[in-house]
Design a protein around this ligand. Structure first.
Ligand code: FAD
Length: 542
């Protein structure tokens, strides 16, 4: 089918992404009009589905418990959380969980009471889980079922969103950008389609794939952030990438996540000689904040010139381990490790992007009618470091808010779509060329803009970026081509923000500035970025 022959599709609300955030937003928005939810690939993969440890919530709804969840989140975020966003998260969280239970989600219980776990930097056991270590799967299954019951919702797989369609609205204060829809590649037909909507909601998830080691599935290439950047959105907190301390480290295996809940249940970290080391780094030892545990492991690995340290559960009852972590037990066994009998080789991996498209408390971005929710968004709830198990909750709470907010929008005024800038004339590159750039980019991000960065290492990465830039002049209509473009822009934003933050705070650690900047008693604030602000270090017309 020739691309031109696919007619544009009109809907009320276009949601890009079918993880927890996109699905919850869809259910809310469906009360107000027709909703189309798109996802890429044919496997319905998402970070949500892989979430293991659980979902944090002050479920007793007692004021004291809500206050302590608020306090723990703020402390983990190192003073860079937006307090009003955290307040929304912890206060509305319990309601969203009760709703999920009413829709059929089954969380684990001990007797007739919920089984709550504790993870690093939580002062209380407040984490709910499902089927031991399959919380995300249970939540996605429940939301998908609830969405499928709504006649107004249509979920379409294999629809890779390439770009946002924007127009300019003249106002007394000047022209304002308005999002009108998106251009999408139908992956089955290889043909582009235009979707127009009253509102577009980005729910495209994270971006772990820009790093060599990541717990994220292959869909996590930061597409939503890259598209929003190109369309004129403001990004924030892009230097804050959380590296999870413990993922499987075997030459033959992917960086499969070994949930923090394992340490919550008593698992210990040991060096190659079998000695515990975390108590040398933090009074909370294995339950210290994630960034502290990650850097401690990194240090141990580098001092001992080793590829990994070990996570040890062998002192726990085997039956308990098998029952509590069935998915992790089975996956490790598949790679030849019986975790009830042997220590597990582990190393850190890129896990969660705290930054993203800047939004307010109802998911609005600086572009009218463009919303962002979930991991793609930066509501400010996580600050410089996310508290474990807060992100599924963020997807539910802000997903519900966005779903309501778009319902209040009037129909789109008649605005012409902005003509796209000049397109590069060259032919697409071969798929291998895109994949080679991706591989080199991942390696560079891991080594130079990863767990530990410095001015020199980031500048070295920028020089490499400028060499890869030529591939942006060879735009192809294929997933490798589009993802390479998105990963390049996403990594540019991470590099730029990491370069500008000349201090260490939370997940951002600069070896050349290992302390926090406190000026006049106040810590430094947020770093916002636009495409224009990247021009100096990342000059590129496309
Ligand atoms: C292994 C692992 C374990 C985790 N464990 C926990 C945990 O225990 N507790 C917790 O709170 N958090 C956990 N997290 C983090 C949490 O799962 C995520 O932050 C959260 O689920 C993100 O949800 P989301 O809806 O924003 O995005 P996702 O669930 O990642 O969904 C993104 C969606 O966007 C679609 N998409 C992306 N790009 C495009 C495009 N160009 N066009 C069309 N569609 C697109 C994808 O197909 C997908 O449907 C974990 C993450 C991982 C990877």
């Amino acid at each position: 089918m020739p691309p031109e022959s696919t007619p544009p599709i009109q809907t009320d609300f276009l949601i890009i992404g079918s993880g927890v955030a996109g699905l919850r937003a869809a259910i809310g928005a469906s009360r107000y009009g027709k909703v189309i939810v798109l996802n890429k690939g044919l496997g319905n993969e998402s970070n949500s589905e892989f979430a293991q440890g659980g979902i944090a919530a002050a479920l007793s709804e007692e004021e004291e418990e809500i206050r302590s969840h608020f306090q723990d989140t703020i402390e983990a975020g190192k003073g860079l959380c937006r307090k009003e966003a955290v307040k929304v998260l912890v206060e509305e969280g319990p309601q969203r969980i009760h709703e999920l239970i009413a829709w059929g989600a089954e969380f684990d219980k001990v007797g007739d009471r919920f089984a709550f776990t504790r993870e690093g930097a939580h002062s209380h056991s407040r984490i709910l889980r499902a089927k031991g270590d399959a919380t995300g799967y249970e939540i996605v299954k429940t939301l998908t079922r609830a969405a499928q019951k709504e006649k107004n919702i249509s979920i379409r797989g294999g629809h890779f969103t390439m770009d946002l369609v924007v127009g300019l609205k003249e106002e007394a204060a000047g022209a304002r950008r308005v999002c009108l829809g998106a251009s999408v590649l139908d992956e089955r037909l290889g043909a582009p389609i235009l979707f127009f909507a009253r509102a577009v909601i980005l729910a495209t998830g994270g971006a772990g794939q820009v790093y060599r080691r990541t717990t994220n599935p292959s869909v996590a290439t930061g597409d939503g952030i890259a598209m929003a950047l190109q369309a004129g959105a403001v990004l924030e907190d892009m230097e804050f990438f959380q590296f999870h301390p413990t993922s499987l480290s075997l030459p033959s295996a992917p960086s499969f996540l070994l949930s923090e809940a394992m340490r919550g249940e008593g698992a210990l970290l040991r060096d190659a000689e079998g000695k515990r080391f975390m108590d040398r780094y933090h009074p909370d030892a294995e339950l210290a904040p994630r960034d502290v545990v990650t850097r401690a492991i990194w240090d141990e690995m580098h001092q001992g010139k080793r590829q990994h340290v070990y996570l040890d559960l062998t002192h726990l009852k085997p039956a308990f381990v098998r029952e509590r972590f069935p998915k992790i037990y089975a996956t490790c066994l598949q790679y030849g490790i019986d975790i009830t009998q042997e220590q597990i080789p582990v190393a850190p991996s890129a896990h969660y992007l705290m930054g993203g498209v800047k939004t307010n408390l109802t998911g609005e971005t600086n572009i009218e009618r463009l919303y962002a929710v979930g991991e793609v968004a930066c509501t400010g709830v996580h600050g410089a470091n996310r508290l474990a198990s807060n992100s599924l909750l963020e997807g539910l709470v802000f997903g519900a808010r966005v779903g309501e907010a778009v319902g209040r929008l009037s129909p789109t005024p008649s605005i012409a779509a902005e003509a796209k800038g000049e397109s590069p004339a060259s032919a697409p590159a071969q798929p291998e060329e895109y994949l080679l750039v991706q591989k080199e980019l991942r390696e560079t991000m891991w080594n130079e803009v990863g767990i530990i960065r410095s001015d020199a290492s980031i500048r070295s990465a920028i020089l490499k970026w400028r060499q890869w830039r030529s591939i942006l002049e060879k735009p192809g209509l294929s997933r490798p081509a589009l993802e390479t473009r998105n990963m390049l822009w996403l990594s540019a934003a991470i590099m730029e923000a990491a370069l500008r933050r000349k201090e260490s705070v939370g997940a951002h650690f600069r070896s050349d500035a290992p302390k926090r900047n406190i000026k006049k008693g106040r810590p430094s604030g947020h770093i916002g970025l636009t495409r224009a602000s990247l021009n100096r270090n990342f000059p590129c017309r496309f």
